[in-house]
Design a protein around this ligand. Structure first.
Ligand code: ADP
Length: 491
């Protein structure tokens, strides 16, 4: 499963890639469209500048040699004289240039222009003979397969006497490598930007989701009813995460209140039921022992007494767990030799198992095993384990109870050769009201409430210990209670 962090980083990189591709395409498209027009403008400007400077030079020369006052019939010769005196300069300019007199006769062709195709000549001649001269920029078509030539035509002097025109032409050159360079730079930058943006996205997503991680850890720490009083650390501000934290805290508050109310109700109801059950039991017991009780109702009274006893046990267990949840079930710790408690439990198991030929063995150390325990609760724990062992062992089976005094721990193990517990059921056995075979408990074959092991677990943990179960279906089960030596139980 991909984490939200990974997905956010992926979406971020994807969005950035799409934006980059769109931006790159727009830049490339814009450049491809405007580059020819820009090149044309630059060329036109260059040609116009050249034409203007040539005409300016010619005018200047005319003024200095006072030729501008010469008669119009001499204009061709005068212009040729002017051009001749400056032709080295014109040649060096390197442009494709034509100079014509007022009648349109070409008096100068620059060396660069001499290599132009013949079609260009006729086009230029056609322009230069026109009167008035079509001054300005334009395009010359020099052949079907030839690229068109840009030109600028400037009049030398229409009013001053010499007349004539200057035409400077040039090939439009579009620098296609500029576009390729743009494309190449984009392609080279793309992976770098992608890696950088993916890393940045991952880091940013991690940073934004850190409060969520903290909330998950804090929520994970709220395991059971006893930790419901904990609250999440709400991130500062009024953003979505702090509102989520606030709402979760509100919800935890509501859950805690319901939990407390439920616990209170269970404790109160169990407490209230205790007295009527005691009265009922006393009444039934008196009826059973009363000489005038008709013999035919004795079985019904026996069954009633059995049900009352079972109900009393359930009520007592519920009350114990409710008090434990409210931390009102305190332990009266007394330094005890655990061998006594274990031996008592083994005796009870022997009595219970006698009827069904279940043998009971107790393995106890030869020396006292002293631990500060609540003897009553310890008895209750062992009684739960041995009654279960007897209940779930078939006639002819055996039960072994071991007390082991280890270096750091004391363990009590109750092992039976009974029906066992399926591996899938094993993690549930300490849950309240969980029973492997509910049907059989109703028929009375395996009576019980499903609270015995939950209480045993609470007793073990209240003493600072643990309880574990190992089992193989059809082979038997072992319940092991371990107490650490020398440590005080949790308060
Ligand atoms: P109860 O015995 O009243 O049903 P427990 O909490 O003592 O309740 O036990 C819960 C369930 O665990 C039992 O219903 C039974 O299915 C299973 N169990 C407990 N001890 C044993 C055992 N020694 N052998 C097989 N199953 C057991």
């Amino acid at each position: 499963m991909q984490s939200i962090r990974f997905r956010l980083a992926a979406y971020y990189s994807l969005a950035l890639t799409a934006t980059m591709v769109a931006f790159g395409a727009a830049v490339y498209w814009e450049r491809a469209l405007t580059a020819p027009r820009e090149a044309e403008l630059v060329l036109d400007q260059h040609l116009a500048d050249r034409a203007t400077s040539v005409t300016e030079l010619l005018r200047q020369q005319a003024r200095t040699s006072r030729l501008t006052n010469a008669p119009a019939a001499n204009s061709r010769d005068s212009l040729r004289t002017l051009v001749d005196s400056a032709h080295t300069y014109f040649d060096e300019m390197g442009d494709e240039m034509f100079i014509a007199d007022a009648a349109g006769h070409v008096v100068y062709v620059s060396p660069a222009a001499q290599s132009l195709p013949a079609a260009a000549y006729s086009e230029v001649s056609g322009l230069l003979v026109r009167h008035p001269l079509p001054a300005g920029s334009g395009e010359l078509v020099t052949g079907p397969d030839e690229a068109p030539l840009r030109y600028h035509l400037a009049s030398v002097d229409s009013a001053g006497g010499i007349g004539g025109g200057v035409l400077v032409a040039g090939q439009l050159e579009i620098d296609s490598t500029a576009l390729q360079r743009i494309l190449l730079s984009m392609l080279m930058m793309a992976p770098l930007i992608l890696v950088a943006s993916a890393s940045l996205g991952y880091w940013l997503a991690g940073r934004s989701l850190r409060p969520v991680e903290v909330m998950i850890t804090e929520l994970g720490a709220i395991q059971d009813g006893t930790s419901l009083n904990r609250r999440l650390a709400v991130p500062p501000g009024d953003d979505e995460l702090s509102r989520l934290g606030q709402k979760l805290n509100d919800m935890l508050g509501r859950v805690e209140r319901s939990f407390i109310a439920l616990r209170r109700f269970t404790a109160d109801a169990s407490h209230e039921l205790k007295t009527p059950l005691m009265v009922l039991r006393a009444g039934v017991e008196r009826s059973l022992t009363h000489p005038q009780t008709p013999a035919e109702i004795v079985p019904a009274l026996d069954e009633t007494l059995r049900q009352i006893n079972q109900m009393s046990e359930l009520v007592n267990n519920l009350l114990t767990l409710a008090r434990a949840d409210e931390r009102r079930a305190s332990l009266a710790l007394v330094d005890t030799d655990l061998r006594t408690v274990v031996a008592e439990a083994a005796e009870t198991a022997e009595i219970l198992g006698e009827e069904r030929q279940i043998s009971v063995t107790a393995a106890l150390p030869g020396h006292p095993v002293q631990l500060p325990v609540d003897t009553g609760r310890m008895r209750q724990l062992l009684m739960n384990l041995v009654t279960n062992a007897v209940k779930y062992t078939l006639p002819g089976g055996s039960i072994t109870i071991r007390l082991v005094d280890g270096a750091d721990t004391v363990t009590i193990a109750v092992q039976d050769t009974g029906i066992g517990i399926a591996p899938g059921d094993l993690p549930n056995v300490f849950e309240r009201f969980w029973r492997a075979d509910i049907a059989r408990s109703r028929t009375g074959e395996h009576p019980g409430t499903g609270l015995g092991l939950a209480i045993s677990q609470w007793i073990a943990e209240a003493h600072g210990g643990t309880i574990t179960a190992q089992s193989r279906p059809g082979r038997g089960s072992t319940f092991t209670v371990t107490f650490p030596k020398g440590s005080r139980p949790p308060s």
